[in-house]
Design a protein around this ligand. Sequence first.
Ligand code: DQA
Length: 153
Amino acid sequence: ARVLVLNGPNLNLLGTREPGIYGALTLADLEQRCRQHGAALGLQVECFQSNHEGALIDQIHAWGALHRQGQALGVVFNPGAYTHTSIALHDAIKGVEPLPVIEVHISNVHARESFRHHSWIAPVAAGSIIGFGPDGYLMALEALARRAAGLGT
Ligand code: DQA
């Protein structure tokens, strides 16, 4: 089953960007881990990163259509700072229901500045995994695999 790991703005800088907060792993390393972990779960993981809000919206629409056709399981999404600003991403996810989108944040946004405490994505996400570093993406893949297997209900 196909799954998209979608990363938003500035996540292409992983590895060199505030390593005290986001760690030393690069985006390429992270995506490789996702593909490997996904494969072990029987998932075919595809990866996309963009610094552009509209490009992220286009991906959500495309994967919403795939899901509707029974060709995709869901999306693991770290929207970066758009989490805290983007009604357009909120509407995009809402617009392709019931595509499951799992929100992931590497850092514990609730332990940081107050402007990171609100998420426009959380109310339209299947769930959110926050503060577990890069492992959060793997946990989100497990959540999608468990859902697909009919577990967790
Ligand atoms: C982030 C948290 C956001 O507040 C921040 O703007 C990011 C990364 C995280 O993964 O911890 O770019 O989504």
